[in-house]
Design a protein around this ligand. Structure first.
Ligand SMILES: Cc1ncc(COP(=O)(O)O)c(C=O)c1O
Length: 404
């Protein structure tokens, strides 16, 4: 393979057969990513932060935080930074200092798995409740754990239907309940009300575990003081993605679990650490990247980023409405929901689509210029027939996929 013109990455076999122009392949990947970035407004990765200092200085070594981050034994690598990240996120969420534990994960999915594995270990007969708007990792994790899942309706705005949750929990009083609330659903960024969920659990005396999947919105809502894991919250665990709001350039995340909700783990002689995490080897570079953005921006810097992104989302809704496109957003959200545009627009702007509805996400780093260009593309085609706002529509009539 020589010049960029003739380079095709479509056939993986080409890429493992000598002679290979490695530089050309890497350049090609970068060019493709750069070209896509200009119109990439459908997925929730912030692109405003600069991680070059960490990548340049640490990017060429192995940083492997094997074992429990609180463990001082074994190979330290970046575990001291990992502990700082856990402390910062837990403090931001007002989690009690004497009842917290966590680690840097590969992402929101591993965080959900770790928390639900812990909850299920303590309550092996529990039913796991999650809404129709929950992330696709939830049913998969329920299957992995060999647990029984119960799907709860969500309304058209993506928020859990608490009356339906109460009915579902009420039908299964014999078994403990593990409930997954979502703080920032994948499609509409709806936030389930953990106070209402806690009231359902307390009302039915269905002891168990309340987990929050806060992949996207965990940090911004915590910075607002709207998501707290203090004693009054009744929340036992939370999972957050690191490559979404914090824009870390490698998939990662944080899971936090109340110490009192955990079970004991075994000590591994060979690594000289406690085996408390889902994976054995763990990415110490991710911990360093997360620590870097916390250390360089702090609470104020990240709060400012969230405010700017929400302002852009509000502007986007106004512009789309003015162009005849009935867009809407939740007041806290970066996500703007609109009727699904024609394919050429969807594909160009990499919109996330679910049938008649699509979204774009005004993550930090998305610009007014990108929004204006997107709105101009939509203005060039006929606007759709108005669709009712979620609060004017009937609730989803979703089937309950319960296994008991
Ligand atoms: C609500 C929600 N939970 C979990 C995840 C999974 O996060 P990750 O991709 O970090 O595993 C996502 C990702 O989009 C999500 O939107």
């Amino acid at each position: 393979m020589t010049g960029h013109q003739s380079l095709s990455l479509a056939d993986a076999a080409n890429l493992s057969r000598a002679p290979i122009d490695v530089t050309a392949v890497l350049d090609h990947l970068i060019q493709e990513a750069d070209a896509a970035a200009a119109t990439s407004i459908g997925f929730p990765g912030a692109v405003d932060l600069d991680y070059a200092e960490v990548m340049t200085r640490l990017g060429n070594r192995l940083w492997n935080n094997i074992g429990d981050p609180a463990d001082l034994g074994g190979v330290a690598h970046t575990r001291v930074l990992e502990r700082a990240v856990i402390a910062w996120v837990a403090d931001t969420l007002a989690m009690p200092r004497d009842d917290r534990w966590g680690y840097v994960t590969t992402g929101g999915t591993e965080g959900n798995l770790s928390a639900l594995y812990t909850a299920h270990h303590r309550h092996p007969t529990a039913r796991i409740y999650y809404s129709t708007a929950a992330h696709y990792s939830l049913p998969k994790i329920v299957r992995m754990l060999g647990a029984r899942g119960v799907v709860v309706n969500a309304d058209a705005s993506g928020e859990m239907d608490y009356a339906h949750l109460a009915a579902q929990v009420g039908r299964r009083r014999r078994w403990p309940a593990i409930v997954v609330a979502t703080a920032g659903t994948t499609l509409t960024e709806a936030v389930d009300d953990t106070t209402s969920i806690r009231a359902v659990l307390d009302g039915h005396q269905a002891n168990g575990h309340l987990h929050v999947d806060a992949a996207l919105s965990g940090i911004p809502l915590a910075l607002d003081g709207r998501l707290r894991l203090d004693d009054d919250s009744g929340i036992s665990s939370i999972a957050i993605s690191g490559h979404k709001f914090l824009g870390v350039p490698t998939p990662c995340g944080v899971v936090l679990i109340r110490d009192s909700a955990r079970h004991t783990a075994s000590r591994v002689t060979y690594t000289a650490t406690l085996d408390t995490t889902i994976t054995g080897s763990r990415c110490g570079l991710a911990a360093a990247l997360l620590w870097h953005t916390i250390a360089t921006h702090g609470h104020e810097g990240h709060r400012w980023r969230a405010t700017q992104a929400r302002r852009l989302a509000a502007y986007t809704v106004d512009q789309l409405n003015a162009a005849g496109w009935p867009a809407w957003r939740h007041p806290h959200a970066f996500t703007v929901v609109l009727p699904t545009p024609p394919e050429q627009v969807r594909k160009k702007w990499l919109l996330a689509t679910d049938g008649a509805t699509s979204h774009l996400i005004c993550m930090p780093g998305v610009t007014h210029g990108q929004v204006d260009a997107f709105v101009a593309d939509l203005t060039a085609i006929a606007p759709p027939r108005p669709i009712p706002r979620p609060w004017q529509r009937p609730h989803h009539q979703t089937k309950t996929h319960e296994s008991c």
